[in-house]
Write a protein that binds this ligand. Structure first.
Ligand SMILES: Cc1cc2nc3c(=O)[nH]c(=O)nc-3n(C[C@H](O)[C@H](O)[C@H](O)COP(=O)(O)OP(=O)(O)OC[C@H]3O[C@@H](n4cnc5c(N)ncnc54)[C@H](O)[C@@H]3O)c2cc1C
Length: 430
């Protein structure tokens, strides 16, 4: 098949969060000062598919509470200077400067003022139209080769030659929204080092046979990840129980460590043999207070069947699950028949309801890819150390953050840095 040929000065591979921001920054900087040509090349039928799905359609763009501690350990040294220069305020100012108003919720999570992720994409596209950049959709780049100081890119029926390339082709989770791992194929082609990949910010699959009993339950809880008996992480929030997994933002925040355990048998560089997630269903009461509450109920209504022991105290289905898990049967037995040992076991159950993660989360349920192109490959202004004029940004890199706007913050910050840097020499030239 004949291949159409296009030549550009700057090509951005991937019209997602990072790539579109990079394109806007360089197009805006060059506008009226240079005739450098810019193109965004996107494999999907439209750009920004994932952006539209972020924050449940509201797009949590950044977070007023910003620290390197909200990112994977391996990225923290690298991120230090980026986050001090590109603080949440700086990112918000960038959005204001291109026409998007933002506001923070009481937890510091920043959203577009409109409450619509679509306005983030609209503003990016309006700016690209105004400042001038070509967009090729349904064009999946399949190879990238350095050639005489430029880069030659191929898709099924197009060939591109460009002096500069910004690689913004994302990670490999939720391939239905675009990114399906091309970034790592490009890294392979270019001989760039990658760290091991696994999903993060995802529901955690559990094999407990009684879990379906709690399908649909949502409770406020404190959840902890334990490895070989030691508590590694604790998060508070709404715990959601489903047929085969546990979910909710508090579980998402633990899922990186769970999936790292399944991928490498270790968490943050330390080997472990066994992990569990324990949910405290009454985090504001200690175990003695829970026991007291149960005993008070027994004293108050001794003839109640045990199936009603937890009624009025914790979620009813969760209570039934606890009784089943601890073999407190039959369910019509009066609560007065519970002995001290049984009330103690049930109180412990309320304070530490255990789940055993059974397998890694699926890539279709995760929000972000942990691991990626090694940060050792990246020099000043997001440029590859090995290839001059190749920039790598966003989720393609070994940077992943917690839920709360941290992943988009990095996508935007790295987009701004690379886009501005790319534009500089052209501005000076003319
Ligand atoms: C459901 C969901 C909700 C999320 N919500 C939030 C949130 O509220 N806040 C937050 O901070 N983070 C959120 N995230 C994470 C965040 O969306 C990503 O980390 C971020 O989009 C990464 O930006 P990126 O530009 O690097 O990659 P992407 O946004 O994935 O963009 C990469 C683009 O490259 C294109 N592409 C891939 N391969 C090729 C190729 N070979 N040729 C051409 N184009 C290619 C893809 O189609 C895609 O458009 C969410 C993720 C998901 C899945």
């Amino acid at each position: 098949m004949n291949s159409d040929f296009y030549e550009y000065d700057i090509i951005i591979i991937g019209g997602g969060a990072a790539g579109l921001v990079a394109a806007v920054c360089c197009a805006k900087k060059l506008y009226g000062k240079s005739d450098a040509r810019i193109a965004v090349v996107e494999k999907e039928f439209k750009v920004g598919k994932k952006l539209l799905a972020t924050g449940n359609g509201k797009c949590n763009m950044t977070n007023e509470n910003m620290s390197v501690d909200f990112y994977n350990k391996a990225s923290r040294d690298f991120l230090g200077s980026i986050l001090s220069k590109y603080s949440p305020d700086k990112i918000i100012s960038f959005w204001n400067s291109i026409g998007l108003l933002c506001k923070a919720d009481p937890f510091g999570r920043v959203y577009p003022y409109s409450g619509q992720a679509s306005s983030v994409l609209d503003i990016l596209l309006l700016n690209l139209k105004n400042y001038g950049a070509d967009i090729f959709c349904e064009t999946e780049i399949t190879s990238i080769k350095p050639e005489k100081g430029k880069f030659r890119l191929h898709s099924k029926n197009k060939t591109f030659l460009s002096e500069k390339v910004i690689l913004a082709s994302g990670g490999k989770v939720q391939p239905n929204l675009g990114s399906s791992g091309s970034s790592y194929l490009f890294a392979d082609m270019l001989g760039l080092k990658c760290t091991s990949l696994f999903p993060s910010l995802a529901p955690v699959l559990c094999s407990d046979k009684d879990l379906p009993m709690m399908k649909g339950v949502r409770v406020s809880a404190s959840v902890s990840l334990e490895a070989d008996g030691a508590v590694l992480l604790t998060e508070q929030g709404e715990l959601q129980l489903n047929e085969k997994n546990i979910s909710g933002i508090c579980v998402f925040q633990l899922s990186r460590a769970v999936n790292e355990f399944f991928a490498k048998g270790e968490i943050d560089g330390r080997k472990y043999k066994h992990i569990s997630i324990n949910a405290d269903l009454m985090p504001d009461h200690d175990i003695r207070e829970v026991e007291k509450l149960l005993k008070r109920k027994i004293k108050l209504l001794p003839d109640l069947p045990v199936s009603e022991l937890f009624t009025g105290i914790i979620n009813k289905k969760a209570g039934m699950y606890l009784l089943k898990k601890h073999n407190i049967t039959p369910s019509d037995r009066p609560i007065a028949s519970l002995d001290d040992g049984e009330t103690e076991i049930l109180s412990q159950g309320v304070k530490s309801l255990g789940f055993i993660p059974s397998s890694p989360s699926g890539i279709n349920s995760a929000q972000v890819t942990a691991g990626g192109i090694s940060l050792e490959e990246i020099g000043k202004n997001m440029q590859s150390k090995k290839y001059k004029n190749l920039y790598i940004i966003g989720e393609a890199l070994d940077v992943d953050g917690l839920c709360g706007g941290y992943n988009l913050h990095f996508a935007f910050a790295s987009g701004i840095i690379s886009g501005n840097d790319c534009a500089d020499p052209y501005r000076k030239k003319r």
